[in-house]
Design a protein around this ligand. Structure first.
Ligand code: AKG
Ligand code: FE2
Length: 351
């Protein structure tokens, strides 16, 4: 079976994008880009100094400020080796560019099941949703009982090993970031992770083929990530944007950096102090782009609520407790629509 993917359109040489990919005017990217502002400097870049204890106080302060002001930042000297990062990008690119669509389709995910594992293009289960100009491979990587590398690409031959190694290292980085986020909120270092419970990690390799009409499309529509913390690396093409104070700000590619996104469950746990960041990717007509996102999430049965230590009569809970799996299924059936559909439905109306 050949699945319906963007790469097929691209290889067929379409000069006009099919109507399902055309965004409504209010969602289209800016052409030309917005005028420069202080924000165009981009999201904060935080040197983690390989978590050297000497720098920890300073790092924690910067991280707390980045979480509350942006919900996103890039980290350098994070402990993931540049050779491993390069290997992950290389195996991902090799799979997308050197295997035929028919070969890749052997790994097709189920387009009607939310976040199913494998190769695909349609993110939302909803039939009438506007499609992203993106193909992807979603891997279920952690806990170990979810991980079955035989379901991942067999070519290139080091694909599975590289992805497993990356998964293990990124979980450790996500845990360190969660503990620093907890501390920067004045909580015990284990607080966020204790509420999240056993980390469920998915890794998505996204491939954005060149698009003949980038002014009409999005590589990935505006959304916030729904789990706890997402870690992303992108190649040097650029296209990722975060939404801040009414405008879209480009996340400049920075070699060897990892982008950290505060996701919805951290917004809830922090009782709104660390809002999840709305982001999207724009397309371009010249170069294909590759990114690798690693999502660190609670299990579907986990109940998530604001940390008790952040709630009192002066600062009442701003979100209802909710089972994470319901959040996930609402997201995939209703669509992200900014954040309104899902996370805003959990908001409690305090003055
Ligand atoms: O490709 C990107 O830069 C963004 C990907 C993303 O936001 C996601 O996978 O959730
Ligand atoms: Fe995302």
């Amino acid at each position: 079976m050949e699945v319906s993917v963007v790469q097929t359109l691209c290889e067929a040489g379409v000069t006009h994008v099919p109507s399902q990919y055309i965004q409504p005017p209010q969602n289209r990217p800016h052409q030309p880009p917005p005028p420069p502002s202080s924000e165009s400097l981009g999201i904060p870049v935080i040197d983690l100094f390989n978590l050297d204890p000497q720098h920890l106080d300073d790092v924690r302060t910067k991280l707390g400020r980045a979480c509350s002001e942006w919900g996103a930042f890039q980290v350098t000297n994070h402990g993931i080796s540049s050779s491993l990062m390069k290997d992950v990008m290389d195996v991902g690119l090799t799979f997308f560019t050197e295997c035929s669509v028919i070969e890749k389709s052997k790994y097709a995910c189920d387009p009607y099941v939310a976040a199913s594992e494998g190769y695909g293009s349609r993110m939302l289960v909803k039939e009438d949703s506007i499609l992203d100009w993106r193909d992807y491979f979603d891997h279920h990587t952690l806990p170990f009982y979810r991980r079955d590398p035989t379901r991942w690409p067999a070519f290139p031959t080091n694909y599975r090993g590289v992805m497993e190694e990356y998964s293990n290292h990124l979980k450790e980085l996500a845990q360190k970031l969660m503990s620093m986020m907890s501390e920067s909120l004045g909580l015990e270092s284990s607080c966020i992770e204790d509420i999240v419970g056993e980390i469920h990690q998915n890794i998505a390799v996204s491939y954005y083929p060149p698009c003949p009409q980038p002014e009409l499309t999005l590589g990935i529509q505006s959304h916030s990530d729904i789990g706890a913390v997402a870690l992303l690396m992108q190649d040097d093409v650029g296209g990722l944007e975060v939404f801040k104070e009414g405008r879209w700000v480009t996340v400049q590619p920075l070699s060897d950096a990892i982008i950290v996104f505060v996701a919805d469950q951290t917004e809830i746990i922090s009782n709104g102090k660390y809002p999840s960041v709305i982001h999207r990717a724009v397309t371009n007509s010249n170069r294909a782009r590759l990114s690798v996102s690693a999502f660190h999430d609670p299990s579907k049965t986990r109940k998530i609520a604001p940390a008790a230590q952040l709630v009192d009569k002066d600062a009442p809970a701003r979100y209802k407790e909710a089972v994470y799996g319901e959040h996930v299924s609402n997201w995939y059936s209703k669509g992200p629509e900014g954040k309104r559909n899902v996370i805003d439905s959990l908001l409690l109306n305090h003055q």
